[in-house]
Design a protein around this ligand. Structure first.
Ligand SMILES: C[S@@+](CC[C@H](N)C(=O)[O-])C[C@H]1O[C@@H](n2cnc3c(N)ncnc32)[C@H](O)[C@@H]1O
Length: 266
């Protein structure tokens, strides 16, 4: 098995151990509004980013493209919940992920087919080698681009899939104010992995992913494509917004934050 195949297998097991997908179709139809269980706090944050995406990006773009619905490409889509939500609003969506498993990979998303088959397609591929060119109004990385090992390569692929005047969006990837804090997070994660992830740790750590972004890192990787990014600052739950204060009080490194980052592709 290749390193990336081993990663995908270990990742699915890891996600299963976290409890993802454990509530079947009810969970799929609820996302991102999962209000109970151990992941509810995390989804409360993610739901805010999703709502900001709708308000700040999808609604204006829809008006600009009216009466046509948007063609949306969701890169690293997991089970495809975002596509499902957007398809319900009438858009044509493609969920792309390199995992087919039924935990929270594309296999799990099969259940959406029973609800709106024609508006949602699922494609198993890497976002580093996209099988489409210049076809989408909106290309989204939802909690996914920090898994790349080549930020400029992945952005280049996404740009090539986007129609002129279309939008490329990153949401729910960890952004740090300073790279040094991102590096500290990576070191902490590796330490935790070795202690707590058991047999899966080696495979999960074998891929050299970028793991985090900074505004500078994103700008540098986007420079070859002449992209300029705009951040839509999301209003997150109070406990999330207070984390920097708590970290300072406890003498810990500053936390990341997500937000919605948008650029226009020319
Ligand atoms: C944290 S999950 C997010 C899933 C989904 N977008 C969501 O918001 O719930 C990250 C996803 O990115 C996918 N991924 C990571 N690297 C990828 C790659 N090179 N090509 C396609 N998908 C990738 C993983 O398989 C995983 O499903």
């Amino acid at each position: 098995m290749t390193t990336s195949a081993r990663f995908r297998t270990a990742y699915a097991k890891h996600r299963e151990a976290e409890g993802r997908g454990s509530r079947g179709v009810a969970e799929l139809l609820a996302l991102p509004y999962l209000r109970t269980g151990p992941l509810a706090r995390q989804w409360a944050v993610r739901a805010r980013s999703y709502e900001c995406l709708l308000r700040a990006v999808v609604a204006p773009l829809r008006r600009a493209r009216a009466p046509q619905p948007l063609n949306v490409l969701d890169l690293g889509a997991g089970n495809g919940w975002l596509c499902y939500r957007l398809a319900l609003q009438g858009h044509r969506c493609v969920a792309l992920d390199w995992r087919r498993d039924a935990v929270d990979g594309l296999g799990a998303g099969a259940a959406y087919g029973a609800h709106l088959a024609p508006a949602l397609s699922r494609v198993a591929a890497s976002f580093d080698a996209l099988p489409v060119k210049r076809a989408f109004d909106l290309v989204v990385f939802n909690a996914a681009i920090h898994y790349t090992s080549s930020l400029d390569g992945t952005i280049g692929e996404a740009v090539r899939a986007t129609l002129p005047g279309g939008r490329l969006v990153i949401l729910d990837s960890p952004f740090y104010g300073r790279a040094v804090d991102g590096e500290r997070m990576v070191a902490e994660k590796r330490e935790t992995a070795r202690r707590e992830w058991g047999d899966r740790a080696a495979d999960l750590l074998a891929l050299r992913m970028i793991e985090y972004l900074t505004a500078d890192r994103l700008a540098a990787a986007s420079a070859p494509f002449h992209l300029s990014w705009r951040r839509h600052r999301v209003r997150y739950p109070l406990w999330y917004e207070l984390r920097p204060l708590a970290a300072r009080a406890l003498g810990r490194r500053p936390p990341s934050r997500f937000d919605v980052w948008e650029t226009v592709v020319r």
